[in-house]
Structure formats: C-alpha cells, structure tokens
Design a protein around this ligand. Sequence first.
Ligand code: MN
Length: 448
Amino acid sequence: MIENLDETHDPARRSFVEAANDADSDFPIQNLPVGVFSNTADSALRVGVAIGNHVLDLKKVSLASERFAEPVRNALQESSLNALFALGRSAIRDTRRIIGDMLDHGSSGNQVRRHAADLLTPMEECTFHVPTKVANYTDFYAGIYHARAAGALLTPEDPLPANYKWIPIGYHGRASSVQVGPGGVRRPLGQRPPAASGAVPSFGPCERLDFELEMGFYLATGNRLGRPIPINEASDEIVGFSLLNDWSARDIQRWEMYPLGPFLSKSFATSVSPWVVITDALAPFRTAALSRPEGDPRPLDYLFDVADQAGGGLDVHLRVLLSTEKMRSTDERAIEILTSNAKYLYWTPAQMVAHHTINGCNLQPGDLIGTGTISGPSSAELSSMLEFTGAGLNPITLANGERRGFLQDGDEITFRGRCSRQGFASIGFGSCVGRIESADLSIARANH
Ligand code: MN
C-alpha cells in the first residue's frame, strides 16, 4: 500500500503549461521540484519551481497571491531555499499543493495563468544555482554493491569493513565546493601514490579522475546540539532529494585516505542537480529498505523503525551519460555508460539522519547529505569508473573509438534520475552535469 497520497499525485492532472503534460517530461504537475535560478532579465538569485520546460518565479508569485502563509511568503523572497526548508515539511507540503493548484489546467481564473508571461521563464533562459547555502555536507557510503566493488580494488585485504553492516559509514565533506554544473570541475593537483612501498610520491594533476553516482538530500529544520533525531522522526527531516556527483581523485585518495579518510581527493568539487524533488512528490515511489540477506545483522534499535523498513527506500532509476570533447565537436550525442537504482542502498536516508545525530551532532536547515555511490548487483550497474573499468585496467571503448579508463579533460558527465510506477505520472530529477576542465599547472611550474 502506498501512503501519503493526495490530489497532488493524481495522474490525470494536467497543467496549462503544455510541455508539462508530455509523458516523458521530468517536471509534470505531479512533481513541482524547487530550485534557485536567475535569468538574463533579472540576475538576482531567486526561488523557483520547475514545470515542464519552464521555471515559475516563486518570489513574484508569492507577492501576488494571498494564499501563502506569511512565513512562507517571507521565505520565498530569499535567494536560497534554507529559509523555506527551515519551516519544515508540512509548510513545504502546503506550498507544493498551492503551486499545484495555480499551475493546474483548470485554474483559469488565477493570477499565475493570467500573468504567465511574466511569471514563467523558459528553462533555456535560466541559470541555475546551488539550491541552498550549504553549511554542512556529509557523504555516506550506503551503497553496499559499491562498497564491495570499490573495496575489492582499493583495499583487497578488507573489501567490506567489519563495521559496514552495523554503521551507516560516512565522512564530513566540504560544503564550499558544492556546485551546479556544467562548468567548474577542475582536475585537481595533488600527491599520487608512490610506485612502490617506501618510494617517493609523485606530484601533479590527478591521473585517475572519477565520478560517483549518488543521490543527495536536504535537511528541513534539523536538530539542536545534543538532541538526536529519533529514527521514527528522521524522514520528517528530509525535505527532498536530488542527484549528486561526488567527484573523486582515485590516485590522490588511495595515498591520502589512511587513517582518517578521504580529504583532498573529494573536496575539490561536488556537483548537484539544480532541482530538489520534494519528498512528498516521491510518495508513490517509496519502496522497502533493501532486504538484508540471511545472516546479516538486524540494525541496532536506534537505526530500526518498522515504517522505515517498509517504505524508507526509494525506487529511482538512475543513468550516467558521457560526452567527450571529440564527440561534441562532431555533434555526437552523449552516450549512456551505466544505469543503477536508488533501491540498492543498504541504509535508508532516515537511518543516515538518525545515525548522523545519535551523538548529538546538530543538522541545520539546508544541509546536504550524499547517500554514497549507488551501484547495483550487475556489472552494468557499477556506478563509478573505478568499478566498471576495474581501476582503469579494462577501459571502455566509445563508438568513435575513444577509450576511457578514467575521465579526461573535456569529458562531461550527466546524471539523470526518473521514477515510474504503474498508475502514476512519472517524474524526474532533471540533470546533474559537470565538465572536466584541465588542471591549473601554474603552481606545479612555479615550484620548479
Ligand atoms: Mn561518495
């Protein structure tokens, strides 16, 4: 049984924004994700909603309508989503419902339809920005198929750590380098591992640049320092989901990560998709937590909740596309290199929140959490280059003859995510895009 359904999920609902009614649109009226945008007519950052191929300006809409409660209207004047998210999931649920009414095909009399030309901007005229001012970013490691496959390559003696099935493993990431594509992912410089034990590490541009296919989620109100969020309340703290690319410099990572974990191999860039798909929109696409094989431990009580086990997972079909500079120069389309699904996560998002706060650590509105790389059980579902090329030993050959073991300069990686279920309108996440720029070698040269 699917819970928390209302008129916003009605598959028969149509919008007067025609492109939203295309069956393959990521942004039908049943979705209504929020983001931050600017456009050529107005360079100020402001909050918007995706509908079809347009963005609805929520700053203008909220000033023109009486329907938003005052705290919501105030939050919608901001240049980021933190203030809206801080109001909590019920305020966001109301906001999504009001916007759905305004964009409904039957809403002939309302201001949005009458002033559509002023309130709706074609997406191609918009620039998108990081949805929140991310104060804190944490990246988990909840994809067990990735943990096994990557572990076998990075630490063959200990592929799946003994704590894996007990603890949602995570590390504190870097918030300042979270970005929305397509530009800006510069190949990092750093120390690369010595060729032999006891030898000297080399210095230079990363030679094993990689992506990690993940989902991200954003926090609502959060918690006070010293007050953990119980597992049965944790899903109420998750406002919405996006796509997330945890760019990884594998050579730098292998050399630096013992004993304190990844540092410079991750902090140079994290890309997110511009749209935050509100948790309520995902209600039809919830699924059970990954069923633990016989012999795996039951999670400790603070990580176990019956409702979370029954419906705390997410069924999101994920795709990774690659476009190289050469492909773009000959007008070749990006090619799909792998697919996966968020349902393969070993730990649910609620378990990640409960675990993150169990020591009293305070999460804040707009904080970003990455799930960890989501690989699946089959070889077509290995969700990083590290995994699907066997650490570069088995490069893939593209249609134009180019080969890739890891990413090269000019490569553009696009993630896409889509939810489908019989009897419901399909919704999507848009794209998470990043293009690799060549390393800045001026530092390396200055030191010679
Ligand atoms: Mn990661």
